[in-house]
Design a protein around this ligand. Structure first.
Ligand code: NAP
Length: 516
């Protein structure tokens, strides 16, 4: 069995005790073990702050970007091995494994490119600033400089490489060292990627650590200049926010939690049109990609009441293109759920939805299916105002619910808002009035809104693909966080400070020229 060591204070170390086992979800075979008990986590954080932080802050943005490019290259160099490990440890198809692995390296590369535009500076200055008094000499300016602590990244099980990479990209570029803690159940690909990064990326000492296994006492050792970026369930997010050290030291926390994302079909969209085809393609992809285990997957699809049966028929055809099965079997396009511990949760979730909604496509299995392979289930809810569970229960598997509405933008907006804040919504319509009204109504409830129309039908990457250029995160239930979004993603790791004084002094000591 593979022993997943942790990389702390520049060395590979293993904890004690029985640890936690990792399984192949398809065969049930135990494939690895991760032990974090007894590891010196306080020392690991101190090493990041004392050794890694100064090393990163000494580099300008361009040089930090070069590190990101090296990390991306080191991970890409073992791409095939990572795809195999992902299939084995997370039950995904090869295509879905690529979505995670290539998404991770592409995000690192995107931030490496962004770094070039930030140039030779080491922090941001909002030049030229603001004259403050009667004399133009008294001046104020804002700077954003990296916090002096460690960035702790706690990730969910569904994206072992992308989650590791996207958070790392923003923290490193901002100038903060990182301790990354992948979800234990799917940590094997992350562990292997980290080995490659340590060996081949040429990182300065102390800038990166990996914790394999449970979080243990890690949060107890956090201090005011540290940051937590968390992705996972809302329940764990609440536990982290309420942790005594986090509260006592005012530790900055970013939470990416679960979300009942929506798609809305406009009443103008005709069967057979480009927008109709786009709508069906994207809904089917969101149900099946990674077996629906994406935080951005579409859980609620709002359809004008009289169009529900047309959508059911259209979706049946599209979903037939994704035969589920064991990921390595030929022809399979949708794999298993990632962890055996999820199987009963998903089964229970499907049963709960079936109590209030009609099953229109597929069926709710009586028991956990063989190899953890759940076939897609599409529910229909005729009265989503009355059926609260549709807006509350995230079934983290290949399922979605078609919810009837009356075709008005205002009604669609009210129903979408019942999700209490989501990562993403998509609107499929070519009626500018409908799209305009709905977009502005639902924007405050979302981190991202995708407008699907005939004009972009052939280019759309769909709501489920998180792009490094655009913000990722959502209000309310989605956690209230923000990651990525180009340079915006660095803000979590930077302190904004207003500096006021003599303008010539500011110009001398800060990295800006008057009038820039
Ligand atoms: P989870 O059970 O909340 O675990 C997430 C991470 O938190 C894991 O690394 C876990 O470590 C760690 N953790 C557990 N207890 C902790 C504690 N007391 N203090 C600190 N960390 C702790 O979530 P999951 O089951 O892995 O992920 C599924 C959920 O994540 C879904 O609800 C999904 O919607 C959400 N998600 C959101 C996004 C997004 O970007 N918004 C992306 C992906 C997934 P162990 O594994 O060692 O227990």
């Amino acid at each position: 069995m593979i022993e997943l060591a942790s990389y702390l204070r520049g060395s590979w170390v293993s904890g004690q005790g029985a640890g936690s086992r990792l399984f192949d979800p398809v065969t049930g075979e135990a494939i690895a073990v991760a032990r974090s008990e007894g590891l010196d986590l306080a020392g690991a954080l101190a090493y990041l702050r004392d050794v890694g932080g100064p090393a990163l802050r000494a580099l300008d943005f361009e040089a930090r970007g070069n590190l990101l490019a090296s990390i991306s290259k080191a991970i890409h160099a073992i791409r095939d091995e990572l795809l195999d490990l992902s299939i084995r440890n997370t039950g995904v198809t090869r295509g879905d494994a690529k979505f995670d692995v290539d998404g991770g390296t592409a995000t690192l590369s995107a931030y490496a490119n962004l770094a070039k535009s930030l140039g030779k500076r080491r922090y941001f200055v909002d030049a030229p600033g603001i004259p403050l008094g009667r004399s133009p000499r008294f001046h104020g300016v804002h700077i954003k400089s990296p916090l002096r602590g460690a960035a702790v990244h706690i990730n969910a099980f569904n994206f072992p490489i992308w989650g590791f990479a996207e958070k790392l990209a923003c923290a490193f570029l901002a100038g903060m060292p990182v301790l990354s803690k992948p979800a234990t159940s799917t940590a094997l690909p992350t562990f292997r990627a980290m080995q490659a990064v340590v060996q081949n990326a040429g990182l300065p000492d102390g800038v990166l650590a990996l914790l394999s296994g449970g979080v243990g006492s890690l949060l107890d050792h956090l201090r005011s200049q540290d940051v937590i970026a968390f992705t996972g369930s809302a329940a764990t997010g609440r536990r982290i926010r309420g942790h005594a050290s986090v509260i006592a030291h005012g530790v900055r926390v970013n939470i990416e939690a679960d979300s009942l994302n929506s798609a809305v079909l406009g009443p103008d969209v005709e069967v057979g049109s480009d927008t109709w085809a786009l709508f069906l393609r994207e809904v089917a992809r969101e149900v099946t990609q990674k077996s629906g285990q994406k935080c951005t997957a579409t859980r609620r699809v709002f359809v004008p009441a009289e169009r529900i049966e047309e959508v059911v028929e259209g979706l049946k055809d599209r979903l037939a293109e994704f035969p589920p099965g064991r990921p390595e079997d030929p022809g399979v396009r949708m794999g298993a759920l990632a962890t055996p511990s999820q199987f009963p949760d998903v089964l229970q979730g499907l049963k709960t939805l079936a109590e209030s909604c009609r099953v229109a496509i597929g069926q709710v299995p009586e028991a956990v299916p063989a190899h953890g392979v759940f076939a897609p289930v599409v529910f229909v809810c005729q009265d989503p105002r009355a059926v609260r569970v549709v807006h509350d229960l995230e079934v983290f598997g290949p399922a979605t619910t078609l919810c009837a509405y009356d075709g008005r933008a205002s009604e669609a907006a009210a129903l979408v808002a019942m999700g209490d804040g989501s990562l993403v919504a998509s609107i499929y319509s070519d009626d500018l009035g409908f799209v305009g009204d709905l977009t502005l109504e639902i924007a405050p409830w979302h981190g991202r809104v995708l407008l699907g129309s005939a004009k972009i039908a052939e280019y759309s990457t769909g709501p489920g693909l998180v792009l490094p250029e655009l913000a990722h995160g959502g209000p309310g239930r989605a956690g209230g966080g923000l990651e990525l979004g180009g340079v915006r993603g660095l803000d979590l790791y930077l302190q904004t400070t207003a500096i006021q004084g003599s303008r010539p002094v500011l110009e001398r000591i800060l990295d800006f020229q008057a009038g820039n």
